[in-house]
Ligand binder design. Structure first.
Ligand SMILES: Cc1cc2nc3c(=O)[nH]c(=O)nc-3n(C[C@H](O)[C@H](O)[C@H](O)COP(=O)(O)OP(=O)(O)OC[C@H]3O[C@@H](n4cnc5c(N)ncnc54)[C@H](O)[C@@H]3O)c2cc1C
Length: 378
């Protein structure tokens, strides 16, 4: 009987396990995970606060339920330390397991900026349930927060925490919110709505020092010398794929673990998907790519070699004050055509042959998402 070992029980690990089970009831399936193996929807982390969700209530299925659904051996709190590709074995502190096929679904880790100052270690970030529980504990008795990072996750937290009753200050290094994802006109639309609702936003600004104030609160100092006193600082400046273990095992790694369109790594019998992997040089740390990757990989592992192909997959920014939907264009020459009004912004990217290759919609223009998704050429 074939033994498939999956490392990681996030969306990628659990989804590929589910897809494998649909095709193969006999495969011996083992999942190893550093966390407690509870299944939850990670995107909820940045819009759960206002709904009063705790880390416990975000869990949809506990590890025992997942083990029974998937007919799998799931080992929680098992931090895999090394892969030995030559012997088809993975190892952790007090155990090891051999595999016929290994799937790496290790996720990504929050980027930590090297702040100076005595309280630099007090900065929180939220990338899993444990972080979320810690964050909720830290803000249990305060009503102000300073957010660092105005990308997708930072803006979602700003909207959610504002709704949750916090006074929110958002510091963003770029010139416009969401500037890594969408043209400035969309980020400016979002900024206007967040500002009107009460979020204080500083763009083109970076935090350099974090110290403790006499009051016991934190002080964030910006590069231009301005200081902000706050009881809590949450950093949301981006994620970096978890690649250390793969590179130590000799697998090819660039930004993420390098895979081809079959999600095969540079080593036979080892595959990677989700936030830890870059497929064909592209890193897509979102839910929809994972769903498509998991379906294709399950077929490949079942013996039907299947390349991953993606439909048009808009990235949705969950900011109800000004929702945003983006299909980033590929790296081709072309130009954005933009328009905006008081409640929306729309930018369409046309290549030099006048073909629609991407779009970014904000506010009421998001109602055009489905129509434009049909028109866009990947
Ligand atoms: C706050 C937030 C909001 C988001 N919102 C959206 C959204 O609205 N839409 C969207 O499309 N995407 C969103 N994303 C991105 C999306 O959630 C991720 O792309 C997806 O959840 C990643 O799943 P994953 O399984 O690859 O990684 P993870 O969920 O990070 O899972 C990694 C797993 O690997 C395990 N692991 C890691 N190292 C080891 C080890 N050494 N040994 C054993 N186990 C290990 C971990 O314990 C974990 O189980 C959001 C992300 C965040 C953080």
């Amino acid at each position: 009987m074939k033994r498939i070992v999956i490392v990681g029980t996030g969306l990628a690990g659990y989804t590929v396990a589910r897809e494998i089970r649909k095709l193969d009831s006999a495969a011996q399936l083992t999942l190893l995970t550093a966390d407690d193996g509870g299944f939850y929807s990670k995107p909820m982390l940045s819009n759960a606060f206002a709904q009063g969700k705790t880390a416990e209530t975000l869990v949809n299925f506990r590890v025992e339920q997942m083990a029974s659904q998937l007919k799998a051996d799931i080992r929680p709190n098992t931090i895999v330390a090394a892969i030995d590709p030559a012997n088809h074995v993975v190892r952790w502190a007090d155990g090891e397991i051999s595999y016929d096929k290994l799937v790496l679904a290790l996720g990504a880790r929050p980027i930590r900026l090297p702040f100076e100052g005595s309280a630099a270690q007090s900065v929180l970030s939220v990338n899993n349930l444990r972080d979320y529980a810690e964050f909720r504990g830290a803000v249990a008795n305060v009503n102000r927060i300073l957010l660092i990072g105005g990308g997708l996750i930072g803006c979602e937290f700003a909207n959610d925490l504002l709704k949750g009753g916090f006074s929110v200050t958002l510091i963003h290094r770029g010139a416009a919110l969401l500037d890594a994802l969408a043209p400035a006109i969309v980020g400016e639309g979002l900024r206007a709505k967040l500002t009107a609702a009460g979020v204080s936003i500083e763009t083109g600004a970076s935090v350099t020092h974090i110290d403790t104030a006499e009051s016991g609160e934190l002080i964030a100092r910006l590069a231009d010398g301005r200081e902000f006193e706050t009881p809590c600082i949450l950093s949301a400046i981006g994620l970096t794929p978890a690649t250390n273990m793969a590179s130590e095992a000799g697998l090819k790694v660039k930004r993420g673990i390098v895979t081809d369109r079959y999600l095969a790594t540079s080593h036979p019998d080892i595959f990677a998907l989700g936030d830890c992997a870059e497929m064909d040089g592209v890193w897509l740390p979102y839910v929809m790519p994972i769903m498509n990757q998991a379906r294709a990989l399950a077929k490949t592992l079942h013996g039907e070699n299947t390349p991953v192909s993606y439909p048009v997959m808009p990235v949705i920014v969950k900011t109800p004050l000004f929702p945003v939907a983006v299909v980033p264009p590929p790296a081709v020459s072309g130009a954005w055509q933009s328009q905006s009004d008081a409640d929306g912004a729309k930018a369409l990217f046309y290549d030099s042959d006048k073909r629609l290759r991407g779009f970014a919609l904000g506010g009421h223009f998001t109602s055009e998402k489905a129509t434009l998704s049909k028109e866009v050429i990947l």
